[in-house]
Every structure is written in C-alpha cells, then in structure tokens.
Design a protein around this ligand. Structure first.
Ligand code: HEM
Length: 524
C-alpha cells in the first residue's frame, strides 16, 4: 500500500476527525502567517487583532474606544486588524490622507457596508474617483455655494419662525428641526426644488428616522455585505411595515429617478437650460458609462444622504452647547448683535465668516461632532514611511518619560487609518478636550487661530475630503447665527443633558446613547 493510499484509508476511517483537522490546520497556518510572516508583522498591536478581524467584531460599535486604549498601550502606530495600521499622531495626518499627486484608494472592507460603489463618495479606486469627483467639484465650489446664500438665509429665518411658533406650547426636538432644514437646503441646491420639510408640523416626517435606522444596520452590513442583496429583494410594502421611517427615503428615491428623466428631457431641448446637479453631470466631460441613469440616480441619493444628518448634527450640537453654557451663548449673541447693528438683519455670509467668536464656535462644534467618527481607511498605492515617537514611562516610577523614535514602512496595498475622535480629543492640541470652549480657537488678540485648523478632521483630509465642505460651512454660519439672534433669549433645554450628545457608539457617524429622545427645547 502506497503512502497516499494509507492516508486516504485513514481519512475514510476517521473522516470526522479529518474534517475537523483540515479547517484547524488552515486557521492555525493563516494565523501563523499573519503574526510572523505578514508584511505588517513588525507593527505593534495585540496578537489577536493581527490574527483575525474577529477582534474588531468583538468590540462592535465601540471599536473606536478600543482603538484609543490600544494607542495608550502600544504607541501612536498600531496594527488593529490583520491588514490595517491605525495612526494616532497629528503630525502624520498628511501622510495618511495626502492631497493630489499621491494615489490613494478607499478600503473595500469599509466601503462595502454602503453597497453602492458606483458613486463618487464610495468609489474605491483612486483614478475612477478622480474622474467622478472632477465632474462634481465646480457644482460645489465656494462661488457656487455663495449663489445659494439667499435661499439658506430664507430657510434659516423660516426655521426660526416655525420654532418660535411653539412658544408656550409643545417642546421642540431641535435635532429633528435641523434635519428638515438641511434637507430643504440640499434639495434646493441639487434640484432647485426644496422639499419644504421645515413647513411640516413638528418638522415631520423627514429623513432622520430612516437615516437613523439605516445607520444602525451599517455595522452588520460591513461584516455581512451580501445582506444588501437580500434587502433589495424585500418588497417595498414589507420594508415599510418593518421600518416606517423609510417612507421619506422611498419618496426621495422616486424624486431622484424623476430628476434624471427631467434632466434628459432638458438635454434634448435646443436652448439647453440646465441647473440641477444631474444636468451638471450629463454635461460633464465624463465617459458615457459614467452617465448611466442608474449611476446618476445613485449619485443624487448619496449627495442628499451625505448632506443631511452630518450638517444637522453639527447644528444640533452647537445649539445644545450654547444653551447649556449661557456665558458662551451671551458672548456669541453680543458679537452677532454688534454685527447686525440696528437693522436686525442677519449679517451676510461674508460678514459672518469673519466674526471671530462665531468662527471659533463653529470650529469647536465641529471638533465635538467628530464628522465621521469611524476611522477612515485609505489604501496607498505606494509605500508609506511613518515616523513617530513613543513615550515610555521610566522604570523607577518617576514622572519623567523616555521618548523613543519609531519608524515603519507600510507597504503599498495595506490599509492605513486615523480617527477624528482621537485627534480631536488630543490633550496636547486641545487641553481639557471634553470641554466645549470656543475660546481655545482664539489668539491673544481675540482673532481666530489658523494653526489649529489642520488638526480639525471633521471633513477628513486629502483627496477624499468632503465635497460639500463649502455648503456645510455656509449652513453652519447662517443657521447658528439665525438661531442665536432670533431665538437666543427664548430657548431652554428640556430634559436634555450631555449624555444626549456625547459619543456612545459608532455607526460610521457617532451616535449618543440609544435611549436618547434627541435634543429638546422649550420656547418662551
Ligand atoms: C458638517 C457637515 C459635514 C461633515 C462633518 C461631513 C464630513 C465628511 C467626511 C468626514 C467625509 C469623508 C468620508 C470618507 O472618507 O469616507 C465626507 C465626504 C463627502 N461629503 Fe461630507 N460632510 C458634511 C457635509 C456635507 C454636505 C453638505 C455635502 C453635500 C453634498 C457632503 C457631501 C460629501 C461627499 C459627496 C463626500 C465624498 C467625497 C469624496 O469621496 O470625494 N458632505 N464628508
């Protein structure tokens, strides 16, 4: 009997043991490779995280907190999954998120939770992203945003009047109101057609409930992306029964389909008047496959999604902290009253953008809101050299620490990430980081400090930085100013405290405690 026959006979006789042994040998070999032979094997971090993604899954929506703990133990450069190195050193922001010239992809592992890789936001490949983003840049430039200033002002004034109309009666969930405001602004901006959600009683229905429930699904979809296909099979009526909050999103999708059709109809006309984002994309210098209807439709849906809860969360947070800290509100109100003079007019966007305390309040709000709280992963197409320093406590227990230089070359094709939360909470940059203190952004002359801006990660950095940054800033400046001027002496927090706004878990965006009822106010 040959050796092979002997092995086969033995397997046949002990098939159960062999069946178990094969996967065990496989798992042990893979773990051994990842721990000792892998190109990232020299990067410090827990062995379990280097061996398996189950480490991340175990911490689930709180992995971001665990990442902070790992940095406390292992220093500023840590291997947090088999293929990913996380960096927590503000000096390395540009290395992880470089600007033009460097080729950097997004990580399929992160992007797959959204299930729509055909949009600029979720494009993985650097080159395809460059083409898609290039077609949108002009539409979102500062000059383009300035044209919509009158509408943002009108919407902000209307929002304040609607909130004021609840004086002496019901509480207002201000976070819901802001979500309606940002939806009205982005739909006017994209389609020259506001959805008028501000006008609805209690600002409902709007997109927030659907967004919230979809957000909670994202961690599951990240690990089980095939569920996207399963979800697409679910008939719409059933989906609505399971999740009534999705009704508003279904209407958004219907509208986006219609917007694509309307833009095609305009394209066929000889005078070629165009004014929506779909017209812009149809006229852009893009290859025909990039102008497919299904892609244009998705691009519009994603733009609406990207623009609503992000900005409204910042507006909610600003309102919370201003009402929570009357001295901060009073300082800002005084600055705005001086700027508006006797006219009671809301100052122009250019004036607002130059008011130091308002600038500082916006920056401090962005710092506390974190933008996207989940680490944002990039995959570089060239090796990246990371140099940093680790503080090592002295063995004699004295307060002195030794500083050791560390240096790693991350080969091309491996994932690199940073987390806004940990940069924004860095006590060397932002002393007493949990405190809401616009003053930290002002210099001795009371002017806005520019040096700290490079550490504000809210909109990310580099080639994949937020496309809507100009629009977001315009909304923040105008809406915060309107709320402070029109309602600053009328609003009071209702059963809302810091636990309603502080980080509890990560669903890509940050979420406060699950039982929160939102940020609620009463109106005098
Ligand atoms: C305060 C409000 C906002 C914050 C904090 C914010 C934050 C961010 C962040 C962190 C990213 C990078 C995400 C990643 O790397 O995966 C991003 C990308 C993006 N944001 Fe925003 N955003 C805001 C408002 C807006 C608005 C108003 C729009 C308008 C359409 C918008 C559209 C986009 C798009 C299209 C991208 C993808 C950019 C690309 O990959 O080229 N965002 N945003």
């Amino acid at each position: 009997m040959s050796i092979l026959e002997a092995v086969l006979t033995s397997i046949r006789e002990h098939w159960l043991a062999a069946g178990l042994l094969v996967p065990i040998i496989y798992i042990v070999s893979v773990a051994f490779y990842r721990l000792y032979l892998h190109p990232l094997a020299n990067v410090p971090g827990p062995k379990l995280a280097a061996a398996t993604w189950l480490y991340e899954i175990y911490f689930w929506k709180k992995f971001v907190i665990e990442i902070g703990r790992l940095h406390d133990i292992y220093g500023p450069i840590v291997r947090i999954t088999p293929n990913e190195v996380h960096v927590n050193d503000p000096a390395l922001i540009d290395a992880v998120y470089p600007g033009g010239g460097k080729k950097v992809d997004k990580d399929p592992y992160q992007v797959r939770m959204f299930g729509i890789p055909d949009t600029a936001f979720l494009t993985i490949d650097h080159e395809t992203h460059r083409i898609r983003r290039g077609a949108l840049n002009r539409y979102f430039s500062k000059a383009a945003v300035n044209k919509i200033e009158p509408y943002i002002r009108e919407a902000a004034e209307k929002l304040c009047s609607c909130i004021a109309s609840y004086a002496g009666s019901d509480t207002v969930t201000i976070s819901v109101a802001f979500s309606s405001f940002t939806t009205d602004v982005i739909t006017e901006y994209l389609f020259a057609k506001s959805y008028h959600m501000i006008d609805r009683p209690h600002f409902l229905p709007n997109l927030q409930a659907g967004n919230d429930s979809l957000g909670e699904l994202l961690p599951i979809l990240k690990q089980l992306p095939f569920l996207h296909t399963v979800m697409r099979w679910i008939p719409q009526e059933r989906m609505l029964k399971m999740n009534p909050g999705m009704a508003s999103w279904i209407r958004v999708e219907q509208d986006c389909h219609q917007q694509v059709k309307d833009a095609h109809a305009r394209l066929a006309k000889p005078d070629r008047v165009y004014y929506t984002v779909i017209d812009e994309l149809l006229h852009a210098d893009l290859p025909p496959e990039e102008k497919r209807d299904d892609r244009l439709f998705l691009e519009a849906v994603v733009l609406i999604n990207a623009a609503t809860e992000t900005t409204s969360w910042n507006l909610s947070l600003a309102t919370f902290y201003l009402l929570h800290q009357p001295h901060t509100l009073a300082t800002l109100r005084q600055e705005l009253l001086t700027a508006s003079g006797d006219s009671l007019e809301l100052p122009s966007l250019t004036t607002l953008e130059n008011l130091p305390y308002l600038q500082a309040t916006v920056a401090e709000t962005l710092r506390h809101a974190y933008g996207v709280v989940q680490r944002l992963i990039r995959v570089h197409q060239d090796p990246v050299h990371l140099r940093s320093t680790v503080k090592i406590p002295n063995r004699d227990g004295s307060e002195k620490v030794q500083v050791k230089e560390v240096s790693y070359v991350i080969p091309k094709g491996y994932s690199l990430s940073m987390t806004s939360l940990w940069i924004h909470k860095n006590p060397d940059l932002f002393p007493d980081p949990d405190k809401f203190a616009p003053e930290r952004w002002l210099d001795a002359e009371g002017m806005k400090r520019k040096d700290l801006d490079r550490y504000l990660m809210s909109f990310s950095k580099g080639t994949r930085q937020c496309l809507g940054i100009n629009l977001a800033y315009a909304e923040l400046y105008i809406c915060i100013a309107a709320v402070v001027l029109r309602l600053g002496d009328q609003l009071e927090l209702f059963e809302t405290d810091r636990s309603d706004v502080e980080f509890d878990h990560d669903v890509f965006a940050m979420r406060p405690k699950p039982e929160t009822k939102g940020i609620r106010v009463t109106v005098r």
